[in-house]
Design a protein around this ligand. Structure first.
Ligand SMILES: Cc1cc2nc3c(=O)[nH]c(=O)nc-3n(C[C@H](O)[C@H](O)[C@H](O)COP(=O)(O)O)c2cc1C
Length: 158
């Protein structure tokens, strides 16, 4: 199975989750590429697409929230998952799953993964799973056990 994980990260936490999910998938024999959204390869031959982002202002990062992240000491790329999804070509027939990082788990924390799911569905992409992973503060680190959970979640997706 060919898996592409497209992600963005301002402080490194979502990237660490992406790498842990990739490790879980690889443990089942999947071939996995992890790519920053701005440098993501084409979807040719991809069976399972994973898209992950940090939750910003209850949803997906955008130019303004990335500037806010930079002011807090983060290193956002100029563009990310939001812009990548806007350019997603029609006709991807594989399955997809989405993930995010959040500082809280209640309704009021919001979820970038939900926003990603909505956009993928608008492109008629089937989303089979969604997960959120908790960071202890805006800049991280991830809460205890979250990387292990990400690895298990990845293995389960295969
Ligand atoms: C501008 C901004 C807005 C944020 N808004 C939310 C939010 O609405 N809900 C939430 O749970 N976390 C929020 N956070 C915290 C981020 O989710 C956290 O910084 C992120 O998960 C860290 O991942 P990263 O290291 O990959 O950037 C926000 C962070 C920033 C910088």
């Amino acid at each position: 199975m060919n898996v592409l994980i497209v992600t963005e990260s301002c402080f490194g936490n979502t990237s660490r989750v992406a790498d842990a999910v990739a490790a879980g998938l690889r443990s089942t024999g999947a071939r996995v590429t992890v790519a920053e959204a701005a440098a993501a390869p084409a979807l040719d031959g991809v069976d399972l697409l994973l898209v992950g982002a940090p939750t910003h202002n209850m949803g997906l990062p955008g130019p303004a929230s990335r500037r806010q992240a930079a002011m807090k000491g983060g290193s956002p790329a100029a563009t990310g998952v939001t812009e990548w999804l806007d350019r997603l070509p029609a006709g991807f027939v594989g399955r997809a799953a989405t993930f995010d990082t959040v500082t809280g788990t209640g309704f009021f924390s919001g979820s970038a993964a939900k926003g990603i799911q909505k956009r993928l569905r608008r492109h008629r992409v089937e989303v089979v799973a969604r997960a959120s992973f908790v960071v202890k503060a805006t800049e991280g680190p991830l809460a205890d056990g979250e990387l292990d959970r990400a690895r298990l979640w990845g293995a389960g997706l295969a």
